[in-house]
Design a protein around this ligand. Sequence first.
Ligand SMILES: Nc1ncnc2c1ncn2[C@@H]1O[C@H](COP(=O)(O)OP(=O)(O)O)[C@@H](O)[C@H]1O
Ligand SMILES: [Mg+2]
Length: 151
Amino acid sequence: MAQYEWTSTSADETMEFAERLGERLEEGDVCTLEGDLGAGKTTFTKGLGKGLGVKRTINSPTFTIIKEYQGRMPFYHMDVYRLEDSDEDLGFDEYFNGEGVCVVEWAHFIEEFLPEKRLAIQIAYKGDDERVISLDAHSDHFDQICKELAP
Ligand SMILES: Nc1ncnc2c1ncn2[C@@H]1O[C@H](COP(=O)(O)OP(=O)(O)O)[C@@H](O)[C@H]1O
Ligand SMILES: [Mg+2]
């Protein structure tokens, strides 16, 4: 499906972009986030949570793998980095087919559990504050959202 690309020049800009995405997400939506350490995956997630109406501060869940927040719907923030080289299933199906929105940092480590319909987001480091954010829409629903966000 279509791919969209957008350049960010600050952490705030990334969060604002992610917030606009969060405002458009619906029940059962899954977004995957890829990018090196420090690329901005958690920064992006903070903005996305804001767009979903989450009031609590969103932090890196590295030591818990899955953190749950409440906005206008449940919001599950996963960082599956620690599942590298493991086939462990933490009940992903229930999250991905549930009534909330899921965001998965380092999603390729749980590739086998990911739903087909998802928005794949890649953040690439370009300089101190510059990042290129690529959106890969794997459904019509996400394609529509991408068109609105990055025309
Ligand atoms: N354009 C940008 N977008 C996102 N983060 C940025 C940007 N410019 C600088 N940063 C900084 O890069 C760091 C990204 O950290 P983080 O979001 O924790 O990355 P990750 O979760 O990918 O490891 C933060 O300190 C953030 O302030
Ligand atoms: Mg992170």
